[in-house]
Write a protein that binds this ligand. Structure first.
Ligand code: G4P
Length: 523
């Protein structure tokens, strides 16, 4: 059974922006909206960011730290294309969350600060994107500031991330002398003039490349040499390797001053792939015009004080979603009501009537849903589960107020469901002292804050002796439980983890028992 996509439907693009905090993700997002005509003057996204703390309890941390933890979705139209831009947390401690968002998009833009290059902290996020294998565009931001120069950035991309950089445009002049960019595809030079505080589109003058480089004098000479070098190296845009996640088209510009934004936005439509077929767990492929299907990539409760509810973010993979239709939850097989399905825009939301592959819908109060679950109509389908990352930090949580035990238990379970931290239980200490496991320590900060402020459960976290966790199965767990210094912990969903307090114990266990399942999760 198929549900052909309406012929009149606009094409879709679903992409994310990943960057180091402060590299300019928020500014770039805003400028993409400005150039797409979704907002008239820059400033509104930041305003929205400002509002977050008033509409949500725990996003105060985002404000304090200047990072985003709660992923949101922005939807806008450009050149007859419906674009879904999914926000990612800008910190390596939330790499797992970033990975989940990246599973819901078909491409991403990696933002690099021209003055700072690729910062160590961000490397993990970029590696995660590479692991996902999705096509990556690169935007080298802040070219209006002095920096090591564009060739140095290209080297870094190649050396540190292992992607072949293929510059699409090339900067002429740096810092305050930033003159414009050469479009290597058609040998034109776009000369920019700053608009007042970058609030409206920058004035652009299209010049013939040779004439433009002459006009840029010394900077023109430098750019000419660099362009010749690139030509010799053959680092030219190559769609095939870009789509295969091997090369990355690079754009230079300045989000603040709106330089190079138009090139980048056009690339989202012209280069980034449309939603395509998706592999299912049994190895078959779900085509976009099959019956409706999608999967949950994020769960978030209490996004808004006024809506104390539970939202599952679903990426549509195939077919047409119509509000009110009955869809089925895999693995439980239970039907779900979609009367209250939502569309998200930043922190705002509204009713959604229809959604197509590449779109995101918010299902409200569907508490059975977990991250990675499939929803569908028609024949049963199941998309591969989203991997969890190997936790590197472990804490034991104690309820500090015995009268609040119920809230403590509920809060811990909710955080586990949302993937804020992984919650593991010791066979004897169980729910009294659950072990919180995280990829990065900032996750604990979010967990503590939410438990206290949202669930009214004051909690004490004390460091656990565990250092490593490996996923195992029941048969191996039986043997592992007998080994000194090894514990087996259980998650609410029944999965089992062997935990070790040193690399030595882990290696020793492996050597002595090569038959045991000790699955290394993504690191
Ligand atoms: P993020 O979301 O990645 O954390 O970064 P965000 O956009 O908030 O930008 C971080 C800072 O960098 C901001 O300055 C922003 O104005 C500045 N910025 C962004 N793009 C450019 C650019 O192309 N050139 C220059 N020179 N600066 C840029 P701020 O002082 O922290 O905030 P604000 O007071 O400007 O809002």
């Amino acid at each position: 059974m198929t549900s052909p996509l309406p012929e009149t439907a606009a094409p879709r693009r679903a992409f994310a922006i990943i960057s180091h905090p402060d590299a300019g993700k928020t500014t770039l997002t805003e400028k993409l909206l400005l150039y797409a005509g979704a907002i008239e003057t820059a400033g509104s996204v930041k305003d929205r960011r400002g509002q977050r703390s008033t509409t949500s309890d725990w996003q105060e941390i985002e404000q304090k730290r200047g990072i985003s933890i709660s992923s949101t979705v922005l939807r806008f139209s450009y050149r007859n294309t419906e674009i879904n831009l999914l926000d990612t947390p800008g910190h390596k401690d939330f790499s797992e969350d970033t990975y989940r968002v990246l599973s819901a998009v078909d491409s991403a833009i990696m933002v690099i600060d021209a003055a700072k290059g690729i910062e160590a902290q961000t490397l993990k996020l970029f590696e995660v994107s590479k692991q996902r294998g999705i096509p990556l565009l690169t935007f080298v931001n802040k070219c209006d500031r002095p920096g090591p120069g564009p060739l140095g950035i290209l080297d870094e991309i190649e050396e540190k991330i292992g992607l072949l950089p293929t510059p699409v445009n090339w900067p002429v002049g740096l810092g305050t002398d930033f003159f414009g960019v050469v479009d290597r595809r058609d040998n034109t030079l776009v000369r920019f003039t700053r608009s007042e505080h970058g609030k409206t589109a920058a004035k652009e003058k299209l010049l013939d490349m040779e004439k433009g480089l002459d006009a840029a004098q010394e900077w023109g000479k430098i750019a000419r040499e660099e362009l010749d070098l690139l030509h010799e190296l053959g680092q030219d845009l190559d769609t095939e390797t870009f789509l295969a996640g091997v090369s990355t088209p690079v754009f230079f510009g300045s989000a603040l001053w709106n330089f190079g934004i138009q090139h980048l936005l056009d690339a989202v439509v012209d280069l980034c792939p449309a939603p395509g077929p998706r592999n299912t767990q049994n190895g078959s492929t779900r085509q976009t015009d099959d019956c409706f299907s999608g999967f949950v990539f994020k769960i978030q409760a209490n996004m808004d004080r006024n809506h104390r509810d539970h939202m599952a973010f679903v990426r549509v993979n195939s077919g047409v979603f119509q509000r009110g239709m009955t869809i089925f939850h895999e693995p439980s097989g239970k039907p779900l009501n979609t009367k209250y399905a939502q569309q998200l825009f930043g922190q705002g939301r509204g009713t959604i009537e229809k959604a197509l592959p590449g779109d995101v819908i918010g299902l409200v109060n569907t508490t059975d849903l977990r991250i990675g679950d499939t929803v569908h109509t028609g024949d049963k389908v199941c998309f591969p589960p989203l991997p969890t990352f190997a936790p590197e930090h472990f804490m034991v949580a104690y309820n500090r107020d015995t009268t609040r035990y119920k809230q403590f238990k509920k809060g811990i379970s909710q955080l586990d469901r949302e993937g804020i931290v992984q919650v593991m239980r010791h066979p004897t200490r169980g729910d009294q002292a659950p072990i919180l496991a995280a990829v990065g320590p900032l996750q604990f900060e979010v967990a503590l804050h939410r438990l206290e402020n949202e669930f009214g459960a004051p909690v004490e976290l004390s460091p656990s002796r565990y250092k490593f966790a490996r996923q195992t199965d029941e048969a191996s767990a039986k043997i592992l439980r007998e080994i000194r210094d090894v514990d087996v912990l259980e998650k609410e969903d029944g999965s089992l983890f062997a935990v070790f307090d040193s690399n030595y114990v882990l290696n020793h266990t492996r050597e002595n028992h090569p038959e045991l399942v000790l699955r290394e999760i993504l690191t």
